[in-house]
Write a protein that binds this ligand. Structure first.
Ligand code: NAD
Length: 385
């Protein structure tokens, strides 16, 4: 089977950023070639994550100058992001495309991919199960995002994070408040603790309180009534009354914090707004807020997608694409997720990837196949359900 990896820095899905990551590392190319794949990489595909072309050719990959010549040959195309609509026409009709497709917000692209007959595997739709953990790209990238957001906040704060006692005076530890204690939030908490800050956290899923405390953080208890989570572990959307209660109860904690990091997401929906401009105005000037969701709608009123802005005297970081700041680790982890995924469904006898749609991992993550959109959750979302 022929496997193709593009240089996504050259094929930007929008103008706001240059992709730094790559879908394979030399180590995963070695595994793919041992499995019997022919691996083709577009020139400089790994350059921005620290892997020159030579590191890939040493492991058996072929470097291609332009993808236009080879897109039509590939049986599997591995993306970090998603294909450009202009690339679809060149792909083989029954090719398998794997990447962060962002399917809830890319209806037109997904419909075109189905129409073309492509099989599309969206890594965001891989179930959050123990068996799928090694393939879970949302988690691998969110873990790094948690670290990166905390480091960016620490750099932007005009104070240090740990307590410091010196003859020139005593500095109190910084106060950090993390809203949303999922994969990214928990890494942000762990990083803030390592830097010596006092950490408080809140999440609508009370089950995470124990995890926050095991990392040395305190959990803010807010009584907003029944919240719960979906069968896949995702937070449910709050009612308007619950949202108002949460904002009210968080206000003092936010006003008292030097750094606030918001990581609240709702799977397949726009993220909730958690911090108003009025609340930002209560923070000390120079305090820092990181809005993890800035690119997809924002948890913080006034955050600017892709930028750092000063809102009500507070530095609000909305850069997004967090894991790219540590592109080598992000590439290593994502490439491992993909090789683990392909290896799981690889038939050693026939040396083929088997698209077993009865398997629970593929049933949920393969979103187009044989001319159809195959995922019910997506079909409902597209109908406005
Ligand atoms: P996510 O990115 O969807 O959301 C981040 C966090 O924001 C979540 O903890 C969510 O509860 C929280 N949130 C949503 N609305 C909020 C609000 N209004 N206020 C405060 N917090 C709010 O979450 P995620 O990190 O992708 O994790 C999703 C689920 O998947 C979790 O249950 C997690 O434990 C689970 N998970 C399981 C595995 C596994 O078993 N293999 C791996 C990773 C994640």
């Amino acid at each position: 089977m022929k496997l193709l990896v593009l240089n996504e820095a050259r094929h930007a899905i929008d103008d706001s950023f240059v992709e730094q990551r790559c879908a394979v590392t030399p180590a995963t190319v070695m595994r793919f070639t041992r499995m019997g794949f022919t691996v083709m990489l577009e020139q400089d595909a790994g350059a921005l994550s620290g892997y020159p072309d030579a590191a890939y050719t040493e492991q058996g990959a072929t470097i291609v100058k332009a993808t236009a010549d080879v897109l039509g040959d590939a049986d599997i195309v591995l993306y970090v992001n998603r294909p450009l609509s202009s690339q679809l026409a060149q792909l083989k009709a029954d090719a398998l495309v794997i990447g962060h497709i962002d399917p809830f917000f890319q209806q037109e692209l997904v419909e075109s991919m189905a129409g073309k007959g492509l099989s599309t595997l969206s890594v965001e739709m891989i179930p959050r199960s123990s068996r799928a953990q090694k393939m879970d790209a949302l988690s691998s990238q969110a873990s790094l995002a948690g670290y990166v957001m905390m480091m960016q906040a620490a750099n932007a704060l005009p104070s240090i994070l740990p307590m410091m006692m010196t003859p020139s005076g005593t500095i109190k530890p910084a106060k950090v408040f993390i809203i949303g204690a999922g994969v990214a939030g928990l890494q942000a908490i762990a990083t803030a603790k390592r830097l010596g800050a006092n950490v408080l956290a809140y999440d609508t899923r009370p089950v995470v309180a124990e995890q926050v405390e095991s990392l040395g953080g305190k959990f803010l208890k807010i009584d907003i009534g029944e919240t719960g989570q979906t069968k896949d572990g995702y937070a449910k959307e709050l009612t308007d009354e619950q949202k108002a209660k949460q904002q009210e109860a968080q206000r003092d904690a936010i006003a008292d914090s030097d750094i606030v990091i918001t990581t609240a997401q709702l799977f397949g929906r726009k993220p909730p707004v958690l911090i108003s401009k009025q609340t930002l105005a209560l923070m000390k000037p120079g305090s820092v807020v990181v809005d993890m969701a800035a690119l997809s709608g924002g948890n913080v009123e006034g955050s600017v997608p892709g930028e750092t802005a000063v809102v009500e005297g507070v530095t609000v970081i909305g850069d997004g694409n967090w894991s790219q700041r540590v592109a080598r680790d992000a590439t290593d982890m994502y490439a491992n997720n993909l090789i683990n995924l392909i290896d799981e469904f690889f038939d050693k006898e026939s040396k083929q990837f088997t698209l077993d749609l009865e398997d629970e991992i593929l049933a949920s993550s393969v979103i187009t196949h044989a001319g159809e959109i195959t995922n019910d959750m997506l079909k409902n979302a597209y109908k406005g359900g």
